[in-house]
Each structure stands twice: as structure tokens, then as C-alpha cells.
Design a protein around this ligand. Structure first.
Ligand code: LMR
Length: 315
């Protein structure tokens, strides 16, 4: 960009708040984005990254973005459902088999409708970063069958579909902010949880839990968001620099997310610090069938179109 176009007074500060650790796909990508933006704008645009929820917990970051206390966040799609509940289609268990399926869905007509709904609420979506597919952990026995979750207190992100996904089997889903999960285990408030390998490892959840089930039952990825008013007030060349830099960082982040989640699983196999079970194809089919009421629940609330365009129904 032409650095001469911005005076020192016009220095733009973008406070980017997120809740995960720095050595996670989102944490590393946020830092890379900040570094590139600062370099490429000749330090006229300063992206400041606040990790680990040090500024705002996950339950507060949307509000902080909305009132201008921060300018950028990257919440999990599950958390975006508090603004636009239709986004919970992404939470439907076994809705996607791969990262690419999720990207195609978001790039397709239905995904664009979801993005437009966010826009109508005053938020601009600037991209999507992956984390990975979620696995289950539990303190006292391995979860292999849907009935195994009955009566367990399970930590979830705030999403009605995630609530439904466990409550239909008699579990007690409990919404807990990401940075309080570890303490909630210590205090005995929760028995188990679902998350990606990188999130499990970065918060030492595997040291609190005895059993890990590699179920890959749900996707966890991030919506890169800015407040629309802030975005619209940025000079066009800054918007362009942000869009181009994010696109480059997103390609890098997606590769990194895959690698990190794979390597965390390998490390956990090697450290033997948690007992690992892999869901077999036959077990997966049992879970998928048992999850049908969750799809019904979504259909009843939001109609068929978001579900009908999922890859497994489109063929
Ligand atoms: C969680 O709350 O488990 C995740 O949304 C954390 C994150 O941002 O990956």
C-alpha cells in the first residue's frame, strides 16, 4: 500500500481479541496476520493481538466488538449462533466429513446466506479459519456408544444444537467459557467435554481427563469478524490490505490447523497420558442414526434449506 497516504494521526489500531492460547492454529495465525499487517502498512495499521481471553471471555467478546472496545474477533461458529442461530447448522453432528466440505458449504449459496445474516446484524465476515474436528473426553470411562453420555455433565460451547446433541441422550450439557474449562474439571462441575486436539492439548485437558474418544463428530472453525461500522470507516486501501493479507494467512492457517491437530493426537498416543479409543465405522453409523432427532430439531426451527444443502444430502 502507499504509505504516504496515511498520516501519523490516521494510524489505525485494530485490537484483535481471542480466547485460545498463542500456540494454537488461531493464536499463531492471529500473530502472523498482525505481523504482516504492521510490516506491510509501514506500521500505519497496528494489529494488537490479545490471546487467552485476557481482554474478554468468549461470552463477552461479541458485545465488546459491537460497542467498539475491540475491532476484530474470531469466535467459533458455535458462538456466532448467539447472533444468528441458523449458523448452528455447522454444529450438526457428522454434518461434514472434511475441512473442504465445510469450506465449500460456506462458499456456496447457503453459506452466503448465513454470512448475509451476520452482515444484517452489523458484522462483516472477513474469512474463515479452521481448527478441526471435535473429540470427546470423559473422566471415568470411555464414551463409545450414545448411551454412554447419559447423566454426564458435559461442557459445551453456547449453541442450542450442541445442547441438543447431548441432551437427547440424557446428558447434562453445561455452557462454560473456554478459559474456565480446566477449573471446572478441578471443581468437579463437569465430567467430560468435546473439543479439537489442539484445544484439548493447549489447555492440558488431557491431564484432567482419563479417556479420549476420537469421534470426529463435529467441526470447529472460526468466523473472522469486524464491526461493520468500523470496517466501513476504514480507507479503501486498508480494507484491501486486510482482505489480501487475511486471504494469504487463511491458506497458511488451514494447513497449520490440520498439521497441529494430527501432531497433537500423535503426541497423546506416545505420551500414554490418556486412554484413547477410536470410533469404528460401525460405531459411527450408530451415532449418526442416533443423532437424527438433532437434525429434526434444526429443521423444525429453521426449515429444510440449510440442511438440504449439506454435502451428505446433496450427494
Ligand atoms: C471453545 O470454546 O471450546 C472454542 O471455541 C475455543 C476456540 O476458540 O477454539
Amino acid at each position: 500500500m502507499d504509505h504516504e497516504q496515511l498520516s501519523e494521526e490516521e494510524r489505525i489500531v485494530i485490537r484483535f481479541s481471542h480466547v485460545v492460547g498463542e500456540d494454537t492454529p488461531k493464536g499463531l495465525a492471529a500473530r502472523k496476520f498482525a505481523k504482516l499487517m504492521n510490516e506491510r502498512s509501514g506500521e500505519h495499521v497496528e494489529v494488537q493481538v490479545f490471546p487467552n481471553g485476557i481482554l474478554y471471555k468468549d461470552s463477552k467478546e461479541m458485545e465488546a466488538l459491537s460497542n467498539g472496545s475491540i475491532q476484530m474477533i474470531a469466535p467459533a461458529t458455535s458462538k456466532v449462533t448467539s447472533l444468528v442461530p441458523e449458523w448452528s447448522v455447522i454444529d450438526l453432528p457428522y454434518a461434514f466429513e472434511s475441512y473442504e466440505e465445510v469450506h465449500d458449504y460456506i462458499d456456496g449459496d447457503t453459506g452466503q446466506e448465513l454470512i448475509a445474516k451476520l452482515d444484517a446484524k452489523g458484522y462483516v465476515m472477513l474469512g474463515m479459519w479452521d481448527n478441526g474436528f471435535k473429540q470427546l473426553t470423559n473422566r471415568s470411562y470411555p464414551i463409545l456408544h450414545p448411551s454412554d453420555v447419559a447423566d454426564l455433565k458435559i461442557r459445551i460451547m453456547p449453541s442450542d444444537i450442541l445442547h441438543e446433541q447431548f441432551s437427547i441422550f440424557g446428558a447434562v450439557p453445561i455452557k462454560v467459557d473456554f478459559n474456565t474449562v480446566f477449573q471446572s474439571f478441578e471443581g468437579g462441575e463437569i465430567d467430560g467435554q468435546e473439543n479439537t486436539m489442539s484445544n484439548i492439548a493447549s489447555k492440558n485437558i488431557h491431564l484432567q481427563q482419563k479417556y479420549l474418544t476420537v469421534s470426529n463428530h463435529g467441526y470447529l472453525g472460526y468466523v473472522l469478524m469486524m464491526n461493520k461500522e468500523f470496517w466501513n470507516g476504514l480507507p479503501e486501501e486498508v480494507q484491501l490490505l486486510i482482505t489480501e493479507t487475511l486471504s494469504e494467512v487463511s491458506d497458511w492457517e488451514r494447513e497449520l490447523a490440520k498439521e497441529l491437530n494430527e501432531s497433537e493426537l500423535t503426541e497423546m498416543e506416545e505420551c500414554a497420558c490418556i486412554e484413547i479409543h477410536y470410533i469404528s465405522q460401525a460405531e459411527k453409523e450408530i451415532w449418526e442414526e442416533a443423532f437424527e432427532p438433532v437434525y429434526e430439531y434444526y429443521r423444525k426451527r429453521f426449515g429444510a434449506k440449510y440442511i438440504d444443502s449439506l454435502p451428505k444430502y446433496k450427494g
